[in-house]
Design a protein around this ligand. Sequence first.
Ligand SMILES: Cc1cc2nc3c(=O)[nH]c(=O)nc-3n(C[C@H](O)[C@H](O)[C@H](O)COP(=O)(O)OP(=O)(O)OC[C@H]3O[C@@H](n4cnc5c(N)ncnc54)[C@H](O)[C@@H]3O)c2cc1C
Length: 370
Amino acid sequence: MTPIDAEALIVGGGLAGSMVALELAKAGRGAVLLERSKAAHHKVCGEFLSAETIHYLARHNVDLPALGAISLHSVRLVLRRGIVEDRLPFAAYSLTRSVLDEALLTHAAAAGVVVERNSAVEHLQPQGAAWCASVRDGRSFRSANIFLATGKHDLRGFSRPAGTHRGLIAFKMYYRLTPQQHAQLGAAVELILFPGGYAGLQPVEDGRVNLCLLVTGKCLKSVGSNWAGLVPYLFRHAPHLEERLRGAVSLLDAPLTASHIPYGHMQAASRDGLWHLGDQAAVIPSFCGDGMAIALHSGAVAAHHFLKGDRAETYQLQLRSQLGRRLALATRLSQAMVAWPEAAQIARLVPGLLSRIASMTRIPDTALLR
Ligand SMILES: Cc1cc2nc3c(=O)[nH]c(=O)nc-3n(C[C@H](O)[C@H](O)[C@H](O)COP(=O)(O)OP(=O)(O)OC[C@H]3O[C@@H](n4cnc5c(N)ncnc54)[C@H](O)[C@@H]3O)c2cc1C
């Protein structure tokens, strides 16, 4: 089959892919976006939308309250011996990824991007000065400008290094709490530490709550390597979680899971000429709640450089200089939280520490594209 030519080809239609597509369309440039899934779907994600995420969504007129997003005001760090609560130092929302990602793809299509659903890229190969992407259904697309935005899934031949904080397994489940439990959670995101990992709990739209957690492989193995064994373990070691979830109704047949997450990965200057975006470029530990912002930011910054006529390498170096130190700090903190949860007690002694950490582990304000 003759390849279909595209000025810019975006592989992956999550936040990073949609963002670069929207930016290119806004500048009147042609873009084809290939997305593996057929329709809206759930993703392993805590679904906390930080100020930086909100900033980039507003850039493309995504109306979060109209989509049902919930406004969050405070963060609660739940330790074995007490709870530390701080007001969030910035505006924040929560919204399920199935709604958010779909809204962005719809915006991209309305802006003129050719959005191809049910189009999983199986191979990406150089072809002269361009690249050829082969899709599972037999079609192929050719472009000199490839934006790689496949999130946690590496394309064959483009594996990312393992990251500096390895071996964590992620689980996500939606629940419906009792009215009393829901009221106690309020408009807060809770970060709950337990031996062997940590969990995030927050309300999302339609009266649901999102429980998203990370656990070490060793800890998971010790409870039988399954969810049925993990839940009682969590309740035993984090009584707060038991209080929140006792009697709550699980809303998915089984939790969503992800493993081999390369936390701490920061893409080096790419010599392959590809534009690595989102999780393909940088993977920040989940407790920061800024991975989506990085995905959107990387899409916007990549488009900015592309439109200036820069090479992908220039973009990749800029992203690294903006995020590298913050990502390294967040990764060290994540390692410490899992290895020595007791050390987090320091947050009880230093007022405002949570807010300070939150500010130091996100995209600096000065780096955001206005
Ligand atoms: C446990 C956990 C909790 C998290 N919590 C938060 C949080 O609360 N807040 C936050 O901001 N961030 C959070 N994150 C991070 C955030 O989810 C990611 O950083 C973000 O989704 C990355 O966006 P992306 O566009 O790079 O990838 P994705 O959103 O994963 O999108 C990639 C897209 O590419 C598609 N795709 C994959 N392979 C192919 C292929 N071969 N061909 C075509 N399409 C393909 C996929 O279907 C997908 O739609 C969390 C992450 C984890 C693991």
